[in-house]
Design a protein around this ligand. Sequence first.
Ligand code: GLU
Ligand code: MG
Length: 453
Amino acid sequence: MATPRGRVTPATARRAGVRLIRFLYTDNGGVTRGKATHVESLASRITDGIGLTVAMQAMNMLAQLQPVEGLGPVGEIRLKPDPRTFTVLPYAPHAAAMTTDMCTLDGAPWDVCPRSFLKRQIAACARAGFGVRAAFECEFTLAIRRGDGTFAPLDESLCFSTLGMTTAAPVMDEIVAALEAQGIQVEQYYPELGHGQQELSIRHAAALEAADRQVLYRETVRGVAYRHGLFASLAPKPFLDQAGNGGHIHFSLWDSAGRRSLMHDPRGRYGVSALGYHFIAGVLEHLPALLALTCPTVNSYRRLQPHFWSSAFTAWGPDNREAAIRAPSTFPSDRAGSTNAELKASDASSNPYLALGGLLAAGLDGVTRALKLGEPVLVDPGTLSDTERAARGIQRYPTTLGAALDNLEKDRALMGALGAPLARAYLAVKHSEAEAFAREDAVFETKHHFWKF
Ligand code: GLU
Ligand code: MG
């Protein structure tokens, strides 16, 4: 079954052999959920959407509904699909999916909708004269489930080891094929440092598509692994004694047509333009609060430790893998096109629309205020003394989700971008997760994050 080209119609979906089409959304807890329509009703469902209770945006990842004004048992929204995102799902029989916006009954974007939040930030950047392209670069862990319900890594192979490649080859090959079939171009693959850990990167895309792709990527990796009798986890720290899973965000700035890089300047330091530096400075300044969107689970803060290459300090540097933002070296075949920045303080337990929207809002604030970026850090910032770090303006990240949420609440630019209704719901959901996991142990925490992300 191949995905039909162009905008989907019931006829093309039928011809592709599809019966059920999932209308996907990702909630404030970062979990992707959906409802499916039968293909016979597809035309009307594209126009009308599928109904959803407003309460789902007050639901946390432990299925505990939070008391949020206006998000109770009364009230309904519509999941309206973006037909350009129609894709046949290679890992589920006769199934397809589209990503959706949450709309009010009169068809307007709902102010608690994460995808609409990202669209607003894209529009704000466009008004400031630039577009953003991005890619989530994910690591994930392949595991088997033991009889007692606990998970064990698929192998104990070494970083970049060919033995690890061969062990995982059947499932990885099928994941790559499934991404290709969905029009998602794969860039690189290798076994990572952790036992059973893999890294599979995909090509960058315009911001909205990049977030949509992250949803499909997570679905695909887990869906294909399951067909091989395996479990794939993109949780930030699925095994406490192993390297964590990053979901680094690579980003670059472009002209409105997406043809000319505005991030690149051959005369700029490390080939990065002044605009690029203002944007990066904004991301770095807001990072202690932005983390609440890019590293938004309790499990995220187990990953963000010094010396694990996940980053733990608000620093930036060229090819510095302990810095929050790495300016990666570029490639001779396309210096301009390969100029980008990488936010390491990001993982795949995020809602990609909120994470990327937050990154855009933070970067745009840096551009608007023409913020100056401090000096690059050329060493592991974790090896500097507290005094040295303070002198360079480098801060340790908040070490808990609760602390990051408190920073978010105080961050006027990010709170303003989210808008009160979305911010209120998000903070309620996330605070409730912080409190619920604080009452439990690490086994409970890893188990719940393992299979939900
Ligand atoms: N696993 C590391 C992380 O948690 C990233 C390692 C690397 O690719 O540099 O982000
Ligand atoms: Mg990696």
